[in-house]
Design a protein around this ligand. Structure first.
Ligand code: KG4
Ligand code: ZN
Length: 337
């Protein structure tokens, strides 16, 4: 009998449910929340309320799309954290209720570990196309920028982290000043393809080891715009594509140079990228170029698995199930995990 897991993700502003069977994804539904766009960022209370409204229909649709009956589900996996507490509470409570009613195991999942484990989702006919261990993964999202060494499915070591802002935050905050809605990353990416990446240069951080910093870049970008706008109030509109291309080029450069260093220091050439920012076309191209140069066995996630999704929670839940790692029903979500 297949092992079929219902997975729930509700850590930030996407309500997602997936059905994962023996490591294959049968469905992966995501309900985004447009409401935050006009606020320039995620409003926690609005996010919790939207999750509350969406969770039951999204889970129902995920089961339907997978062709699964409630009685086919052997376990429920949910995101325990990190994330917004009110958002996490909705998914946690739903998962507990489902597990209790069906008398099936409950599995808690760390959202960051899940982003990395997307690379272990199985595809029919391509079962061999998964990373070997040790696996080095650059995890870049709106809340995190880390270099993670995966020693086995469930054993992670953090080799580098941001000391201030995350890469996605740099995209979003700089984008906000240029007039983009939230999140700004996808819009910047699109416009960057029309601009010159060398048009402007912004200060790059010098941070020790494999750590990152993005707050200096953000400030340098803001001051640069402030000065130019004094001379020409239309500066942003005139040079928007060049600004996007140059900003993206700088961020990608910072990320990729640390990834190269991590590979050199560890000797690991099984390399991947993950998280929302791994959707960025500049980053995807840059790591492909480096993979050719350095002989990396490279893993780039499908676009639907880059931003927050329940498929990644389901695949992590699958490996935890195989190890018998279940959660008790008094478990609570943690904003910082
Ligand atoms: O992983 P994710 O969905 O949520 C977090 O866990 O943070 O990542 C969201 C982040 C946002 O900062 C968004 O601007 C960024 O990913 N992002 C992108 C692109 N698509 C999403 N950044 C740059 N280029 C993109 N194409
Ligand atoms: Zn995420």
């Amino acid at each position: 009998m297949p092992l079929t897991i219902l997975a729930i993700e509700s850590s930030c502003d996407d309500t997602s449910a997936a059905v994962v069977s023996d490591g294959y994804i049968l469905s992966n539904l995501i309900a985004g929340q447009e409401i935050h766009r006009s606020y320039g960022g995620v409003v926690p209370e609005l996010a919790s309320r939207a999750h509350q409204a969406n969770i039951v229909p999204v889970a129902h649709q995920a089961l339907k799309k997978a062709g699964a009956d409630i009685s086919d589900i052997n376990a429920v996996a949910f995101t325990r954290g990190p994330g917004l507490l009110g958002s996490l509470l909705v998914g946690t409570s739903f998962a507990k209720g489902f597990a209790l009613a069906r008398e099936i195991p409950l599995i808690e999942v760390n959202h960051l570990q899940a982003h990395v484990l997307v690379h272990f989702i199985l595809r029919r006919g391509e079962e061999e196309r998964v990373p070997r261990f040790p696996f080095l993964c650059l995890l870049v999202s709106g809340g995190h920028t880390r270099i993670i060494l995966l020693k086995s499915h469930l054993e992670m070591e953090m080799l580098g982290n941001t000391i201030d802002d995350a890469a996605g935050e740099a995209f979003d905050k700089c984008g906000k000043v240029m007039g983009f809605g939230y999140p700004a990353g996808p819009g910047i990416d699109k416009l960057a393809s029309l601009g010159d990446p060398k048009a402007f240069s912004f200060s790059k951080p010098s941070v020790k080891g494999l750590n990152f910093s993005f707050s200096g870049l953000k400030t340098s970008f803001l001051y640069f715009l402030r000065d130019r706008l004094k001379e020409d109030s239309e500066f942003i509109e005139k040079y928007k594509a060049d600004l996007c291309a140059s900003l993206q080029h700088t961020i990608v450069n910072i990320l990729v140079s640390k990834l190269i260093r991590a590979s050199e220091e560890t000797g690991v050439r099984e390399i991947g990228i993950a998280g929302g920012v791994s959707a960025n076309s500049g980053l995807r191209k840059a790591v492909k170029d480096e993979a050719e140069k350095h002989g990396w066995n490279l893993f780039i996630p499908e676009l639907s698995y880059t931003t927050d999704n329940a498929a990644m929670i389901g695949i992590t839940g699958y490996y935890k199930y195989l190890k018998g790692q279940f959660a008790a029903h008094d478990i609570v979500p943690l904003a910082r995990l």
